[in-house]
Ligand binder design. Structure first.
Ligand code: HEM
Ligand code: CA
Length: 160
């Protein structure tokens, strides 16, 4: 069957409802970057290995997420995003994290497509991963090479 809610080859699903996400909702802006086009075809977020997006990702995270998830993703009224425990294990993947951000989960975790463009969500994802202090072996977004040289986020060493 043809799924009209996808903008690329991949179908994305709501994290708690399992229903297809309609990616045509939200801003038209930020849909045509190389990273978004690649992501919609593959589910792979290129920004994960692009340090140049971290500053923007941080800025967006601080406006859209930190009020509930904490300045460093340590958790507040929402769960910690910087450790290796996930309520929804798929959030350890690029695709899963995006699905939760785009479509929301339960309660206060509402859909973010009204606040952030697709491109911005991929940048926020890169920042969320940058905040990680958990076991590198459980960091599915890292390549085997990156796991070997992984250093946990250190707020004192990463100001600004
Ligand atoms: C859950 C990310 C904004 C409140 C989650 C989860 C992720 C996430 C990945 C699932 C965590 C897990 O599986 O353990 C984000 C990002 C945000 C954002 C990246 C910004 C773009 C917010 C905001 C609020 C919020 C603004 C509060 C108004 C919550 C709550 C949960 C949650 C209460 C638990 C929901 C559940 O278990 O179903 N968030 N979030 N989040 N978030 Fe957010
Ligand atoms: Ca957690």
């Amino acid at each position: 069957t043809t799924v009209t809610t996808a903008l690329g080859s991949i179908q994305f699903y709501h994290t708690t409802q399992g229903t297809p996400l309609d990616l045509s909702l939200g801003s038209e802006e930020g849909r045509d970057t190389e990273a978004v086009k690649h992501f919609l075809e593959t589910g792979d977020n290129k920004y994960m290995s692009d340090e140049s997006v971290l500053k923007k990702g941080e800025e967006l995270y601080l406006t859209a997420c930190s009020g509930c998830h904490g300045h460093y993703g340590e958790g507040k009224i929402g769960p910690g995003l910087n450790d290796d425990y996930w309520t929804y294990p798929k959030n350890a993947t690029d695709k899963g994290l995006f699905e939760t951000m785009y479509g929301g989960a339960q309660g206060m975790m509402g859909p973010q497509y009204g606040h952030l463009t697709l491109d911005e969500m991929l940048k926020v994802s890169a920042w969320v991963r940058h905040l990680y202090i958990g076991d590198p072996a459980k960091a599915k977004w890292l390549t085997p090479e990156q796991r070997k040289t992984f250093k946990p986020f250190d707020p004192d060493a990463n100001e600004g």
